[in-house]
Design a protein around this ligand. Structure first.
Ligand SMILES: [Zn+2]
Length: 144
């Protein structure tokens, strides 16, 4: 699925997550989702959790009492997912950390189980999407 189609679907499904996505100059509105589509299912689950949490926690509250939430940036860094936002609360913090942890065991290309690979330039990939030179080293030549 293309990033454009994925984002359009997410915005339609999770209105509380994206309610204020475009009202500031931030990397997210400018650059969108800066990671491979293998992590889209993780993001979908994260958005679903945040959306229902915001719906529940803000129900019946005045605007000044509501938990605010704005996505600042979604990207890959050092081989794993980084999800930055402004506002939120402890529950959303935990959800975001869980999603980032899931990216450490999920191929960024295809979404199959994977692991952190490479040296210097790190990435998370399944065996199929690992560069041949990274497949069998597992750092076992270090110290020999
Ligand atoms: Zn893969």
């Amino acid at each position: 699925m293309s990033e454009e189609n994925f984002l359009a679907e997410m915005i339609e499904k999770y209105p509380y997550v994206f309610a204020r996505a475009a009202d500031n100059i931030r990397p997210f509105p400018m650059f969108g989702i800066e990671c491979g589509s293998g992590w889209y299912p993780i993001l979908n689950q994260l958005f679903a959790c945040i959306n229902s949490h915001l719906d529940w926690i803000n129900k019946g509250k005045d605007d000044v009492e509501k938990v605010t939430f704005v996505i600042a940036q979604i990207k890959e860094k050092f081989g794993t997912l980084r999800f930055y936002y402004d506002g939120g609360d402890e529950q959303i913090h935990g959800m975001a950390r869980m999603a980032e942890a899931m990216s450490e065991v999920t191929c960024e290309v295809c979404g199959n189980p994977g692991q952190l690979r490479g040296r210097g330039w790190l990435y998370t990939a399944c065996d199929q999407h690992t560069r041949p030179e990274d497949l069998y080293n597992d750092h076992d030549d270090i110290g020999n």
